[in-house]
Ligand binder design. Sequence first.
Ligand code: PLP
Length: 399
Amino acid sequence: MEELAILGGRPVRETPLSYGKQYIDQDDVDAVTRTLTSPYLTCGPKITELEQELCRITGAHYAVAVSNGTAALHLAAMAAGIGEGDEVIVSAITFAASANCVRYCGGTPVFADIDPETYNISPAAIRSLITDRTKAVIAVDFTGQAVELDEIRCICAEHNLVLIEDGAHSIGTVYNGQPVGSIADMTCFSFHPVKTVTGGEGGAITTNDEGLYRKLSLFRTHGITRTMEEMVHPTDAGWYNEQITLGYNYRMTDIQAALLISQLNKLSLFSKRRKEIVAMYDEAFRDIPEIQVQKEIPESDTTRHLYILRLRTELLDCDRRQFFDALAAENIRAQVHYLPVYWHSYYEKLGYARGLCPEAEAYYESSMSLPLYYALTDEEVQDVIRAVKKLIAYYKKNK
Ligand SMILES: *Cc1c(COP(=O)(O)O)cnc(C)c1O
């Protein structure tokens, strides 16, 4: 058996691989440079162009570009009318921002457990948590796989709930032939550098509802309007604008938008390569009993943002921490997505107790994300596979 690097053996690779990395080419650089020397660095034509492009890609009627994915979620929660006393059902396995947006509005996140095979929010769990205070559901397309939108939309329609889809992972994913972004009441995207396409920072909300679109646009820019029909004191004076509600400055710059438009031109390329890498991992891991491969629902044609390695720790003589550290020593730098949100001490202090979502907690204790990004080469994918197999061979119980 090969000696593990963590025990003094030779690592599978000489240089480290991280779990995610942006891909920037000369077209991206040129697009940004052109915008830097244009008249508009913000509130300019690139924002409109990006919003039109997002509508084209997602099939949504409206898109609102914002400064980041967290701002997108905050505005969506505001537009949904979430406030003091309202409950919002949120996936337990997600980045904290998916729940924090409810707190920004004074509402209460109610965490729903995940499906143990897809790792997405369980529709049955959503049903069981609905009360007469429930106002909305925030469903996260975890790893890029679409949530069970048909069923979740039915639940929301039945109970008059707003469905906010957190699509931070899922740009490019198609559900039953329809792109993510055109299905939920609002879909929030993130364009952070680890995500499938990036603007450095950036976010957007898409919707088919004109009323929501108007609110989102208003909240993005301080609550200030230049539309006479929206003013309490309408005038056509050239200088006049009026703040009619409390909003924020969540605008994206034209520099970010230029980069994003250029990145979105490569989305189908990115998507194709990510699918290839996922297929290579799945094929290598499918027959290893100590590994659970993520289940893909047939409705979702997924552009995967994350590849999850889930260990069946009961078949191994190590825990997730030991495996993670041993993998790092082989120069494969995994990451863990995510701590169940309510395990963060902030939420703990609000009174959320451990044990709330058993499937989410079991998932967390056994999982890590392997390298997955556009520029990852076949050889690098093979290095990751070799490292995982090396560790499994060493740690498995039934040798
Ligand atoms: C990245 C991410 C966010 C937040 O996006 P930012 O652009 O980093 O603010 C929200 N939800 C999920 C699931 C994410 O992965």
